[in-house]
Write a protein that binds this ligand. Structure first.
Ligand SMILES: NC(=O)C1=CN([C@@H]2O[C@H](COP(=O)(O)OP(=O)(O)OC[C@H]3O[C@@H](n4cnc5c(N)ncnc54)[C@H](OP(=O)(O)O)[C@@H]3O)[C@@H](O)[C@H]2O)C=CC1
Ligand SMILES: O=C(O)C(=O)[C@@H](O)[C@H](O)C(=O)CO
Length: 276
């Protein structure tokens, strides 16, 4: 299966859909990531805090796919914020991944009370200049935080990975991203298999296209211009989730799914939620 791509603001190629790896561990985790690569996923999303960078690196080596086709994302955790700390954190990630380059490096959470995301961002710029990282971006950043990074460094993040699903459509933040050429990446795009998938509007839209509810929801992300990164440990579901490029929702269907808006899944407002 071939997943279409877009071009990031730094010229990098970026898939319209990727693979989440949170909670994939051990041999089963490696197998799941290999299976995702076999299916056609090229964007893989890990983080120091997922404690599975080794598994992702092993899967990359086990897959028969050319390294340059893969976009390996990892993230600097809150406890490593700061200029020197971020440089060291990246080297730790490269060691665990067993790779010589991170393709997309993100600040996992802004942790505003720590107050060091700007220094962290400056280190990421350095890592990109040094060739250890290809693209740099952030996760869970608000419009105000993005503005600060851009104003202080002149470097606009390529990606902002944020909570996004039909219950939390992030329309204002997405408009800001569009205005600044920042690619939106959707975390928990399926709401971790919550009640969303049995909402009447979701099952109706799915039935209209003879697809599954997860496919209808993932197609909604694609049509918003966001890159969802669904996680599944199962090859059949991985295939189902990636198979969203041969049908299109109508504008009314996109609007109907957006009409499910009700807010975040949990209390994860990045202005107050901290993850170290
Ligand atoms: N930057 C951040 O702060 C965050 C980033 N993330 C990233 O986003 C990724 C995706 O989000 P995540 O929270 O994992 O949740 P998702 O919304 O991707 O949902 C994953 C859940 O849905 C199930 N599932 C997947 N596909 C199907 C299907 N076709 N049918 C039925 N069930 C399905 C999975 O089960 P099963 O595996 O059994 O198939 C799993 O339980 C993460 O893995 C991580 O990489 C997530 C949260 C925060
Ligand atoms: O999955 C991620 O990237 C996270 O940041 C998680 O820690 C997520 O926030 C979570 O599951 C917290 O319970």
């Amino acid at each position: 299966m071939t997943i279409p791509t877009v071009t990031l603001n730094d010229g990098g190629v970026f898939p319209e859909l990727g693979f989440g790896t949170y909670k994939l561990h051990g041999k089963e985790g490696v197998d799941a990531v290999v299976s995702a690569i076999d299916t056609g996923y090229r964007l893989l999303d890990t983080a120091v805090n997922y404690e599975n960078e080794q598994e992702v690196g092993e899967a990359v080596r086990r897959s028969g796919v050319d390294r340059d086709e893969l976009i390996i994302t990892t993230k600097v955790p809150g406890r490593d914020h700061g200029f020197d700390e971020t440089l060291a954190s990246a080297r730790g990630s490269l060691d665990r991944l067993g790779l010589d380059r991170i393709d997309l490096y993100l600040i996992h959470w802004p942790n505003p009370r720590v107050g060091r995301y700007l220094d962290t961002w400056k280190a990421m710029i350095r890592l990109r200049e040094d060739g250890l990282v290809r693209s740099i971006g952030v996760s869970n950043f608000t419009e105000e935080m993005l503005t600060e990074l851009i104003d202080e460094t002149g470097v606009t993040p390529a990606v902002n990975q944020v909570e996004l699903h039909p219950y939390f459509g992030q329309s204002a933040l997405r408009a800001f991203h569009a205005a600044h050429g920042i690619r939106t990446e959707s975390w928990s795009p399926l709401t971790r298999r919550g009640e969303l998938l049995s909402e009447q509007v979701v099952t109706d839209v799915a039935a209209a296209h003879a697809v599954s509810p997860t496919q209808a929801v993932l197609r909604w992300h694609v049509q918003l211009g966001a890159t969802p990164i669904p996680k599944s440990a199962h090859a059949g579901r991985q295939r189902e989730n990636a198979d969203v490029f041969s049908f299109a929702l109508t504008d009314d269907e996109v609007a109907a799914l957006s009409g499910l808006e009700r807010g975040r899944l949990g209390d994860m407002d990045p202005r107050t939620h901290e993850e170290m």
